[in-house]
Design a protein around this ligand. Structure first.
Ligand code: SIN
Ligand code: MN
Length: 290
């Protein structure tokens, strides 16, 4: 899938692009069928909500589960990101966020690049977030919210919040959010919230400020979040475990457009468990070969 000039300009202006219903019900069905078994595993890569057994986020399913390994190489997702970043990509992070019915907790206002810079020493913001809805997303089940154009502010001051939820996050304070929303149009478009059927996809800039509320509805809001980074912009520090911030900078090779409807073999290196190396961390900065 290639982007039009108009879409590229819209991305530059707003910091995101929304593709409602990009993947079919059959394609999403294949992914959804694999989620319960992944979520049931008692592994470090399943982070559960505070005081609950509900999975908040599952990491690295593309190294464990065949349908998600195929999604990670899907041309409908990878090609537009290559067009926007103008370079080959590797997978920096792969999450399946639960936001489960009644139990899904908030994601505070933040920029993802803030974390990638502060924790992983990713040199620049040349990385992209992709969200793919596995459930219908409505106003009721905790949709993602964006402040349009906020990516143009670059890296904002952030605090490391280790208390609000079960997952530590570099968050932006309320006063700054108030200002950014006002500048983006206040009550008239200062916050947007793309909603749509399962199979919809959002591409959003790594500096775009975003958040989501809790899910008090009886409907899950499971969504895949893939973070693709330009290969030359790979992280320079392994402070976080490898299942969270990946260390394999090999360029992604796309499969065919029908890959989710086929069962071609894919490499699943962590299928039988995490290697010990995936849990190791270091504060050392890694050298870069020319
Ligand atoms: C995120 O920002 O990484 C997740 C937000 C969400 O799942 O709503
Ligand atoms: Mn985020």
């Amino acid at each position: 899938m290639r982007l039009t000039r108009q879409q590229i300009e819209q991305f530059e202006r707003e910091g995101y692009l929304f593709f409602p219903g990009l993947f079919s019900a059959d394609e999403i069905g294949v992914l959804n069928a694999a989620v319960p078994e992944l979520y049931s595993r008692r592994e470090a890569y399943n982070v559960r909500e505070k005081g609950s057994d509900a999975v908040r986020t599952n990491f690295a399913a593309h190294l464990i589960s065949a349908p998600f390994a195929r999604l990670a190489r899907h041309p409908r997702m990878v090609q537009p990101v290559m067009d926007l970043l103008g370079e080959e990509l590797y997978m920096h992070q792969f999450k399946i966020n639960g936001k489960m019915a009644f139990e899904g907790d908030v994601w505070q206002w933040h920029q993802d690049y803030g974390t990638w810079l502060n924790d992983d020493l990713m040199p620049t913001e040349r990385a992209m977030n992709v969200a793919i809805f596995l459930d219908d997303v409505t106003e009721f089940n905790g949709p993602l919210m964006f402040i349009p154009g906020s990516h143009k502010k670059g890296v904002l001051e952030a605090q490391h919040d280790t208390r609000t939820t079960s997952y530590p996050l570099w968050t932006v304070d309320d006063a700054l959010i108030r200002q950014l929303v006002e500048r983006a149009g206040g009550k008239h478009g200062g916050i947007v919230s793309p909603k749509g059927p399962a199979g919809s996809m959002i591409l959003f800039h790594s500096c775009l400020v975003h958040a989501s509320g809790s899910n008090l509805s009886p409907w899950n809001r499971v969504a895949v979040y893939l973070s693709l980074c330009a290969v030359s912009n790979h992280i320079r520090r392994f402070k976080r475990p490898e299942y969270i911030a990946h260390r394999d900078f090999t360029p992604i090779e796309c499969l065919g457009d029908d890959c989710l409807r086929r069962s071609d073999p894919v490499d699943l290196p962590w299928k039988d468990g995490l290697p010990a190396s995936a849990l190791q961390t270091s504060l050392q900065e890694i050298g870069v070969t020319a």
